[in-house]
Design a binder for this molecule. Structure first.
Ligand code: GLP
Length: 239
């Protein structure tokens, strides 16, 4: 695992941009796994502003709420098209976002048909979730419908008018699906992520903190700002 601690959110976004832009330039047919949430917005702004050729790129998103139509302003479909896809030349047929009507098995088949994911971008939940794999998710889980935890519903209420509007379920890539990506880029910023980041990078691998499973992946690059890195070193080494 490569861990870089950078001075700010902007610096994390710059570095993530360098990594993705290099990948897209050197492997024009890259299969990307992309994330939503506030963390990758700076990355997507930079990708949208750059003159990169996305004509052969394929993209698979991590997750989507159940019950929001693709054109709903709070759906992850809408998020991805607004922040990135509408501003680059990716063919719409190369964009794959989980769809509750279609189900997890079909999404897994589409990933397999694309040859697997080359680089998966991940954010980090304050409870250590990746995608919408909440604490307790099996480490070998696949794309499926899940119930959101009370903490995630509260965390994500900031994107909605009220907590009552936050969907209670989502379709998410599983932890096993994520672990099959050939490389992973985990981004976390802000003091609210410090405990989850320390647990993920330095704690035991446990279903209680899903991101901790990334310790078992051979090619993970972690970008943290100083606030998110502030609890690193506080976990005692395993006996
Ligand atoms: C959301 C998404 C995750 C995301 C995480 C962090 O619920 N399902 O994929 O990584 O929470 O979000 P943020 O970047 O806004 O902190």
């Amino acid at each position: 695992m490569v861990v870089e601690v950078l001075s700010s959110y902007e610096a994390v976004s710059d570095r993530a941009f360098e990594i993705l832009a290099t990948r897209i330039c050197t492997v024009p047919g890259s299969v990307l796994g992309l994330a939503t949430g506030s963390t990758p917005i700076g990355l997507y702004q930079r990708l949208a502003a750059a003159d990169l050729n996305w004509s052969q790129v394929k993209s698979f998103n991590l997750d989507e709420y159940v019950g929001l139509a693709p054109d709903h302003p709070k759906s992850y479909h809408h998020f991805m098209w607004t922040h990135l896809f509408s501003q680059v030349n990716i063919p719409p047929a190369h964009v794959f976002i989980p769809d509750a009507d279609e189900g997890g098995g079909a999404f897994e088949s589409r990933i397999a048909a694309a040859g697997g994911i080359d680089l998966q971008v991940l954010g980090l939940g304050t409870n250590g979730h990746i995608g919408f794999n909440e604490p307790g998710s099996r480490l070998d889980s696949r794309t499926r419908r899940v119930a959101l935890s009370a903490r995630t519903i509260a965390d994500n209420a900031r994107f909605f008018d009220s907590v009552a509007d936050v969907p209670r379920h989502a379709l998410t890539m599983g932890i096993g699906t994520i672990m099959q990506a050939r490389a992973i880029l985990l981004m976390a910023c802000g003091a609210g992520k410090a405990a989850a980041a320390a647990g993920a990078l330095e704690g035991p691998v446990t279903t209680d903190l899903p991101a901790s499973v990334l310790q078992r992946h051979a090619e993970v690059h972690v970008l943290l700002d100083e606030a998110a890195a502030s609890q690193l070193g506080s976990n005692p080494p395993p006996q």
